[in-house]
Design a protein around this ligand. Structure first.
Ligand SMILES: NC(=O)C1=CN([C@@H]2O[C@H](COP(=O)(O)OP(=O)(O)OC[C@H]3O[C@@H](n4cnc5c(N)ncnc54)[C@H](O)[C@@H]3O)[C@@H](O)[C@H]2O)C=CC1
Ligand SMILES: O=C(O)[C@@H]1CCC=N1
Length: 272
C-alpha cells in the first residue's frame, strides 16, 4: 500500500508498541519521511531503538515533540494519560491537531485537560498497522474542523483501513478490532495445536492454518457471498465439516466470542 506524502510533521507522545506500528506503517507507505516524524519516550531504550530502526527524531521531551509537530499522537497508556495531558497542555496551541489512541479515554476528558478549543480526534487503531493492515475507528472532538478528521484519516489510512464512528461506539470498537488481533492469535494457536494433536508436524499445521485463514477472509471479501453460503459450500451433508461445527455449536463458540468482546468493551469503559 502506498500513500500520498502528508505535508505535516507528526509527533508521538510515547514511543511504545503502538507508536512504533504507526511509525513503521507511515514510513513504509511513503505517507511520511523519517525527517517529519518526532518521538519522545522516557525510556532511553525505546528512543534509541526508534531512532536507529527508523531514522526518526528522538526528542528530549514531550514539549520538544509539540514544538516540532503539527499533529501530536498521544500514544501512552490510559493509566498515565492524565499526568501526560497536564504536562503537555501548556505546549498545545491552535496549530496542533491532537490525535489520541488511548483506549477508553473520552474526548470530553481529553478536551477538559487541554486548552479550550484544542482540536482533538480520538482513534482506536490496532497492531496490524505494523504491516499496513490496520483497522482504525475515528471520532472528532467538539473543536475539530472538518479537515482534521481528514488529516487523522490520512495518518491512520497510511497504515490500514479507517472508519468514522460516533464516540459512543468506541468502546465496542476497542473490544472488537482494537483487541481483536489477540483473539485471532488465540484462534490460530488453538487450531495449530489441534492439527499437531492429529499428528501434523507443527510447521505444516501453521502453514495450513494461516493460509486457510487468509483464504477464508479473501472468500468473504471477494465472492460477494455471505458467511452462510460460504459455510454451506464447505459443509457436505453428513460430512466432516458438520461434525466439527456441531462441536463448536455445542460449546457455545459464537456466544463465547460475544462474551469476549463484551468483556473487552466493558474494560474500555472502565479505563475511561
Ligand atoms: N497495543 C495495542 O494493541 C493497542 C494499544 N492502543 C492504545 O495505545 C496506547 C499505547 O499502547 P501501547 O503502545 O500498547 O503501550 P506501550 O506501553 O508499548 O507504550 C507506551 C509508551 O509510553 C511511554 N511513556 C510512559 N510515560 C510517558 C510520558 N510521560 N511521556 C511520553 N511517553 C511515555 C512508555 O515508556 C511506553 O514506551 C494505549 O493508550 C493503548 O490503549 C490502542 C489500540 C491498540
Ligand atoms: O489491551 C489494551 O488495553 C489495548 C487497547 C486495545 C488493544 N490493546
Amino acid at each position: 500500500m502506498t500513500a500520498a506524502p502528508l505535508d505535516l510533521h507528526i509527533g508521538f507522545i510515547g514511543g511504545g508498541m503502538m507508536a512504533e506500528a504507526l511509525v513503521k506503517g507511515l514510513l513504509a507507505s511513503g505517507a511520511a519521511a523519517p525527517g517529519r516524524i518526532l518521538v519522545f519516550d522516557p525510556s532511553p531504550e525505546r528512543s534509541t531503538h526508534l531512532r536507529a530502526a527508523y531514522g526518526v527524531t528522538a526528542a528530549a521531551s514531550n514539549a520538544e515533540v509539540l514544538a516540532g509537530a503539527d499533529v501530536a499522537v498521544l500514544a501512552v497508556k490510559p493509566q498515565v494519560i492524565a499526568p501526560v495531558l497536564a504536562e503537555i497542555a501548556p505546549a498545545v496551541t491552535d496549530r496542533h491537531l491532537v490525535i489520541s489512541i488511548a483506549a477508553g479515554v473520552r474526548l470530553a476528558a481529553l478536551e477538559a485537560a487541554l486548552p479550550p478549543g484544542t482540536r482533538v480526534v480520538r482513534v482506536m487503531p490496532n497492531t496490524p498497522a505494523l504491516v499496513q493492515k490496520g483497522a482504525a475507528a475515528l471520532c472528532a472532538g467538539s473543536a475539530a474542523r472538518p479537515g482534521d478528521l481528514d488529516t487523522a484519516r490520512a495518518v491512520l489510512g497510511a497504515v490500514g483501513t479507517t472508519v468514522v464512528v460516533e464516540e459512543r461506539l468506541m468502546d465496542a470498537v476497542t473490544g472488537l478490532s482494537g483487541s481483536g488481533p489477540a483473539y485471532v492469535f488465540a484462534f490460530v494457536e488453538g487450531l495449530v495445536n489441534a492439527g499437531v494433536r492429529e499428528g501434523l508436524p507443527r510447521p505444516v499445521a501453521e502453514e495450513l492454518v494461516l493460509q486457510t485463514l487468509e483464504g477464508a477472509v479473501r472468500l468473504c471479501r471477494e465472492t460477494g457471498k455471505g458467511t452462510g453460503e460460504l459455510t454451506a459450500m464447505v459443509t457436505s451433508p453428513g460430512g466432516t465439516t458438520i461434525a466439527g461445527l456441531h462441536v463448536l455449536e455445542r460449546g457455545g463458540f459464537k456466544g463465547l466470542l460475544m462474551d469476549c468482546v463484551q468483556a473487552a468493551a466493558r474494560r474500555s469503559r472502565e479505563l475511561g
